[in-house]
Design a protein around this ligand. Structure first.
Ligand SMILES: Nc1ncnc2c1ncn2[C@@H]1O[C@H](COP(=O)(O)OP(=O)(O)OP(=O)(O)O)[C@@H](O)[C@H]1O
Ligand SMILES: [Mg+2]
Length: 389
């Protein structure tokens, strides 16, 4: 590739999509451990709040495994609207893994012939053909269970037939609980536990739901190691941000990376968003350096752009919920039940506060971080701090 020297560098910060190897910060230990566990056929549970970087981590590890000739399969469970829909997309992903187009038909009937799959080929936008699998003969819950048993057994059969290990990632796995009560969990657990050649990572972004799934009396209890993905070390992340500014031709003034990480509450998505947007604004202004003033200009712009969305969210809240959210923002989520905080923010009685917190948690507006209640979206937090009373 030819790179002329006077070309404008691309924005080195990425948010809202899975980050590629180059934009990836830290996570050395997690990568190493997840890779090793999957290669040795473990069933790993990966849990974190939203936007901490689970999917990016999984993708990165899968790429590494593919280089070791392990067959990799990734499916987002939450993308399916029904149990059967999930089975169809999972079956498709398994059959298609590393299979040349010309072999798809044969391979599908070899693997799934017993449950009468229907192959569909449709033209996609890029001029290629997109292949999908359907199970049109399924009529009843029993039929679905039969298809599930076959599909869940597939990875072992593929490993056997191809003499290859597999690594399977089922992302947004908590969505499985919305399909058909407990039977999915039972069927899947029963199938995977004997598949020595197949590593699984079940990742989920609703920690409480995932933890419950792993509790005693649930099928996945003690099924494998649990990784709880933490935030990235803030000092490392700040250095990473500063270095990427520098490498892309924008000199960061002292403390910029640190301020970005801090303002973004060190949530990886929020950190990258602020860095990305600040970089854009600075470049747009034709500057060669970025400082705290620039960060604040960008923050103000972003808050302006999100104003309507935040206002709508705020107006949907009940008065006690608003009061509790505002108090949580200003008190940084601490001691919300204390007499002192209640008086200062004119909060209602403790049971009403509890109910409001529960509602805010349910709506994914706040989350618990250690003993503190923190706003999920750091921009919303700044908006509440500035625009509400
Ligand atoms: N290791 C990392 N280094 C730098 N940025 C990261 C890293 N991991 C995640 N991010 C940032 O966070 C964003 C969200 O990452 P990702 O989609 O992987 O998280 P997730 O936990 O799967 O989120 P969700 O729960 O919404 O699915 C990415 O787009 C990127 O901006
Ligand atoms: Mg994800």
């Amino acid at each position: 590739m030819v790179t002329p020297t006077n070309v404008t560098a691309d924005n080195p910060f990425v948010y809202g999509e899975i980050v590629s190897a180059a934009a990836f910060a830290d996570r050395e230990e997690e990568r190493e451990r997840l890779g090793r566990d999957l290669a040795s056929g473990q069933k790993v549970f990966l849990i974190s709040p939203r936007r901490y970087g689970k999917s990016s981590l999984v993708r990165d590890v899968m790429r590494g495994l593919a280089r070791q000739k392990i067959l990799t399969v990734e499916v987002t469970v939450a993308a399916s609207s029904s149990y059967l829909g999930f089975l169809e997309s999972y079956a498709r992903a398994l059959v298609a893994a590393d299979t040349p187009a010309g072999r798809l038909k044969r391979w599908t009937s070899e693997l799934l012939g017993a449950i009468h799959p229907e192959l569909r080929f449709a033209a996609d936008q890029s001029g290629g053909t997109k292949f999908s699998i359907g199970f049109p003969s399924v009529r009843s819950v029993r039929d679905t269970a039969r298809v599930a048993a076959e599909v869940f057994a597939l990875p072992a059969r593929i490993a056997e037939a191809r003499k290859q290990r597999l690594a399977i990632a089922l992302d947004e796995f908590q969505a499985i609980t919305s399909f058909d009560g407990g039977t999915v969990e039972n069927a899947l657990r029963a199938a995977v536990q004997d598949q020595r050649q197949v590593g699984y990572v079940f990742s989920g972004s609703e920690p409480s739901l995932m933890e419950r799934m792993l509790g005693p009396r649930r099928p996945f209890y003690k099924a494998g190691p649990v990784m709880r993905l933490d935030k990235i070390n803030p000092d490392d992340f700040a250095v990473f941000i500063d270095e990427r500014f520098k490498a892309s031709g924008v000199r960061p003034e002292a403390g910029l990376g640190e301020a970005i990480v801090d303002l973004a509450a060190n949530v990886p998505y929020d950190v990258q968003r602020l860095a990305h947007e600040t970089w854009d604004d600075v470049r747009e202004a034709g500057k060669k350096a970025a400082g705290l003033d620039d960060l604040h200009v960008t923050l103000t712009r972003l808050l302006g752009e999100q104003h309507t969305v935040f206002e709508e969210s705020w107006q949907r809240l009940t008065l006690p919920q608003r009061a509790v959210l505002r108090a949580a923002v200003i008190e940084e989520g601490r001691e919300l039940m204390s007499a002192d905080v209640r008086a200062r923010h004119r909060l209602p009685g403790t049971s009403t506060i509890q109910a409001a917190l529960a509602a805010l948690l349910r709506q994914d507006i706040i989350t618990k971080d250690g003993g503190r209640y923190v706003t999920v979206d750091s921009l919303y937090r700044e908006w509440v701090a500035r625009k509400t009373y």
